[in-house]
Design a binder for this molecule. Structure first.
Ligand code: AMP
Length: 210
């Protein structure tokens, strides 16, 4: 089963994609995670992409397509995969379309105002844990529960970068949904609900259409 999860930043698409992947024993592929790994470890690729990621801009299509192709070609993806954060624009869509068939495209809907509220409260720790001021606050203000380090706001969670990412989503990503609609594999989900409720909506779609 090959699934793509779409949604604006803050819609919880990463969380849902991971849940589906775990439950259905599928590899979880997040281009954002792959890029952040390279950035953190300052690989050759990481050095090239830092400036784009920190500003909330897209990494070049050529680099992104190559990374996704290499990942999808791995043997573990023979059973399928859950894609999160890709394709993001028409060029990436065309590339993926000729690369492989997709079974389900799930769009998690969330209005911008709520996405901004959710992302604006997000705090990260260098150990990898993340918190939210409203939904998942640390026990002690500003400090990680697990390792005790000071929490910080990711560069791409600053307001200007959030707005930039949302604008890109509306302008570049949403237009590609039309082709999936035509193929009869596009499903919209209400992302304002709890993690569990959103997840149940997705499971229902997969179950009813498999
Ligand atoms: P995400 O965690 O999916 O929001 O991705 C974080 C950042 O990684 C984005 O703001 C982009 O800079 C970069 N990125 C992730 N996926 C893509 C993609 N498909 N195309 C281009 N850039 C991407």
């Amino acid at each position: 089963m090959r699934i793509i999860i779409f949604g604006p930043q803050g819609s919880g698409k990463g969380t849902q994609a991971e849940l589906i992947a775990r439950r259905h024993h599928l590899p979880y592929i997040s281009t954002g995670d792959i890029f952040r790994y390279h950035l953190k470890n300052q690989t050759e690729l990481g050095k090239k992409i830092g400036v784009y990621i920190n500003a909330g801009k897209l990494v070049s299509d050529d680099l992104t397509n190559e990374i996704v192709k290499n990942r999808i070609d791995q043997p573990d993806c023979a059973v399928g995969f859950v894609l999160d954060g890709y394709p993001r624009d028409q060029v990436q869509f065309d590339f993926l379309y000729q690369l492989t068939k997709i079974d389900f495209v799930i769009v998690i809907e969330l209005i911008d105002q709520e996405a901004i509220r959710r992302l604006g409260g997000r705090l990260a720790c260098k150990c990898g844990l993340s918190y939210h001021l409203d939904f998942n606050p640390p026990k002690k203000t500003g400090v990680c529960d697990r390792c005790g380090h000071a929490l910080f706001k990711r560069d791409d969670d600053q307001l200007e970068a959030i707005k930039k990412r949302l604008a890109i989503y509306h302008q570049e990503t949403e237009p590609i949904f039309a082709a999936y609609l035509k193929d009869g594999i596009l499903y919209h989900i209400d992302g304002s609900k709890s993690i569990e409720e959103v997840y149940q909506q997705i499971e229902k779609i997969i179950h009813q259409n498999s």
